[in-house]
Design a protein around this ligand. Structure first.
Ligand code: EZ4
Ligand code: CO
Length: 429
């Protein structure tokens, strides 16, 4: 029943007696949905849903390095069962795709559901002529605090990069630095204002030494505090590279420099491992950019093992699911800190900003501005000023996709780097 009976006039009468195919109001049927893959600076996957009244909505579906798996999931398995559904029933469609798949969770599934969910929020905003944040309860703050990425080849280079970010108005800054003795490290790449780790061809191989890293990082932050004083919020991303006891040592050694957060100190599949880190340090912990559901962070939140939850709209089931994660987190004094690197498209960035502006327990938003080609393909109403961002007041998400221009940037297979210890052992990147 459901879709097939729409408009036939033969009503299915449920056990409660309500003719389910009629509903209380008229419907707004989905008439078309398409996946647009483009590579303006880097690869992006976007879902575009159109309704019978001509309104369209966009959802980001980009899964860095595994983009076409999501494209196939959407085109082959989701779009055929979306056509004809009522675009206004966002929660019901979310549950239809989640429960209806039988198979639970996973990045490919959750990215696909996220894309549909995000596009439907965009459509609802446009249909009601309001920005999405107004549908989410309205603004809880005047603007969204963001942090930028400063990086350098060595400590002095990084000090300079942080100074440049301050000049640009940033009120919070993540600092990553090259380490003497290692050819490359996470977060230090092409260009000062921009870090895009995915490369064409086979994955680049980085070399790693935990010993060199652990000795080096406290020196970086000692120098940064000396230069910039006590008040500048500083962040650092470990990028899943330590064991729990190593992370405990790092957190402890960074305490004098009171970071805003230490990100992904360990790979977090083993959630109880965070207990060990917590026993040793008061450095705030942020985790979750690779998580795709509330079940991935339930223990971390309920045991208060983290301070910031980093799940992103595109990778964790869309605006609807992220709100549930935030509500759980709110109970436990955990705040949000959405992933916002360049491998999430401006559609995701806009969705994150609507979420950030509205959700009560917002903490901070990562912001790494996109390449110029990206911004030309995805024009957007969000803006940055004086360290803060705002999603703008355009109806819906406030992002448009120029499909003609997008078609000039065809997909190019690219991979994130891999990481090996100095003796060749495979390590987390
Ligand atoms: O390396 O998004 O905090 N930000 C990050 C990112 C990730 C990339 C991987 O696709 O860790 O820069
Ligand atoms: Co990170």
């Amino acid at each position: 029943m459901g879709q097939a009976s729409h408009g036939t006039g033969i009503g299915f009468v449920s056990l409660l007696g309500w003719p389910r195919d009629k509903g209380f109001l008229s419907t707004m049927k989905i008439t078309d949905a398409r996946v647009i893959v483009c590579s303006p600076g880097r690869n992006f996957v976007t879902l575009k849903i159109t309704t019978e009244d001509g309104i369209h909505g966009l959802g980001d579906a980009t899964l860095n390095g595994r983009e076409l798996a999501v494209t196939g999931y959407l085109s082959d398995h989701v779009i055929p069962i979306l056509i004809g559904r009522d675009a206004r029933r966002i929660e019901d469609i979310w549950q239809y795709l989640y429960k209806g798949a039988y198979w639970r969770r996973g990045p490919v599934t959750m990215c696909s559901i996220a894309a549909v969910d995000t596009a439907l929020w965009d459509i609802k905003g446009k249909a009601l002529n309001v920005p999405v944040y107004q549908l989410l309860g309205g603004a809880s703050r005047d603007g969204v605090l963001v942090y930028g990425h400063a990086s350098g080849q060595d400590i002095e280079d990084t000090v300079q990069a942080v100074a440049e970010y301050r000049k640009l108005g940033y009120k919070a800054i993540r600092a990553q630095s090259g380490i003497p003795g290692l050819q490359s490290t996470y977060g230090v790449g092409r260009g000062k204002m921009y870090y895009e780790p995915a490369e064409k061809g086979a994955p680049v191989e980085n070399a790693w030494s935990t010993d060199l890293y652990l000795n080096f990082v406290p020196r970086l932050f000692e120098r940064l505090r000396k230069e910039f004083g006590e008040d500048l919020p500083l962040l650092h991303d470990v990028h899943h590279r330590l064991t729990p006891i190593e992370a405990a040592r790092l957190g402890k050694s960074l305490e004098p420099f009171h970071l805003f957060w230490l990100e992904d100190p360990v790979p977090a599949e083993l959630q109880e491992s965070l207990r060990l880190i917590r026993q040793h340090t008061t450095t705030p912990i942020a985790i979750g950019e690779v998580f795709n559901s509330i079940y991935d962070c339930q223990q971390l939140i309920q045991e208060q093992l983290i301070d910031y939850i980093r799940t992103a709209v595109v990778h964790a089931g869309g605006i609807s699911h992220l709100r549930k994660i935030a509500s759980l987190a709110e109970l436990y004094h955990v705040r949000t800190g959405c992933h916002g690197a360049t491998d999430m498209s401006p559609v995701c960035m806009a969705a994150a900003l609507h979420f950030d502006l509205s959700v009560h327990n917002f903490g901070i938003q990562e912001y790494m501005h996109h390449a110029e080609e990206t911004d030309r393909v995805f024009s957007h109403s969000y803006s940055f000023s004086d360290g803060m961002m705002h999603p703008g007041d355009a109806p819906g998400l406030g992002v448009d996709l120029d499909e003609a221009l997008a078609s000039k940037y065809p997909y190019r297979r690219a991979y994130l780097p891999i990481n090996r210890k100095l003796d060749g052992t495979m390590h987390s990147w």
